[in-house]
Design a protein around this ligand. Structure first.
Ligand code: GDP
Length: 200
């Protein structure tokens, strides 16, 4: 796992029709404590280590997806409850940097679910997406293992994703690697599709 403190310039691109390698800049957003770092670390190392401290880095890692190597640059970032002008401008820069978005809430924390909708609107506005085109966004309800503390039903998550035209997953970063893998692989597929649409 190699933290890279400097964002790469400009959006990631496939390097040519015959190139095997693709680069995907992924921004992981969500309220504090929902498991953004846990999901990122689980995906990149297959491990759940429990406590993550303050990760504020871009993690770059090569992963093989459907037989092709993809360079993932993953940046996890907390939602700001009281944004200042400066933090809004920084957020906009992060959104412009990203090709795809993982929006995380905890199924035990309704407030974290409530900010997802605003975050999508923010992304759409920053990406100037007013038409029907689909942005590569996945909504993830994390901490599925804590079902006895559940506060947000699966149905609510699914309906939100449907209304926002996003994909939806419920996972447990703590208990299962496979679901987390599906999130990032699914997002790469969406990023590929969106690059093809913008090239047409
Ligand atoms: P972040 O602030 O969104 O990056 O959240 P963290 O990844 O630091 O996780 C916050 C806390 O939730 C930590 O104590 C994690 O161990 C815990 N956590 C993260 N994912 C899960 C999960 O799927 N299940 C459970 N039970 N705890 C989790």
């Amino acid at each position: 796992l190699s933290p890279e403190h400097q964002p790469s310039t400009g959006p990631a691109e496939m390097t040519g029709p015959t190139a095997l390698k693709m680069e995907a800049n992924i921004l992981v957003l969500g309220a504090d404590g929902v498991g953004k770092s846990a999901l990122t670390v689980r995906f990149l190392t297959r491990r759940f280590i429990g406590e993550y401290g303050e990760l504020e880095s871009i993690y770059s890692h090569n992963v093989t997806v459907d037989g092709k190597e993809v360079l993932f640059n993953i940046w996890d970032y907390p939602y700001s409850k009281d944004p200042t002008d400066e933090s809004c401008a920084e957020e906009e820069k992060r959104i412009q940097w990203a090709d795809g978005f993982v929006l995380v809430y905890s199924i035990c924390d309704r407030a974290s679910f409530n900010v997802i909708c605003q975050t999508i609107q923010l992304i759409k506005a920053a990406k100037d997406c007013i038409g029907p085109e689909k942005l590569p966004i996945v909504i993830v309800g994390n901490k599925r293992d804590l079902h006895h503390l559940r506060n947000v039903s699966s149905e609510e998550g699914r309906l939100l994703a449907l209304s926002m035209d996003c994909d939806f997953y419920e996972v447990s970063a703590a208990e299962a690697y496979h679901g987390v893998l599906m999130v990032f692989h699914g997002l790469v597929d969406k990023i590929k599709e969106s690059k093809l649409v913008t090239k047409r």
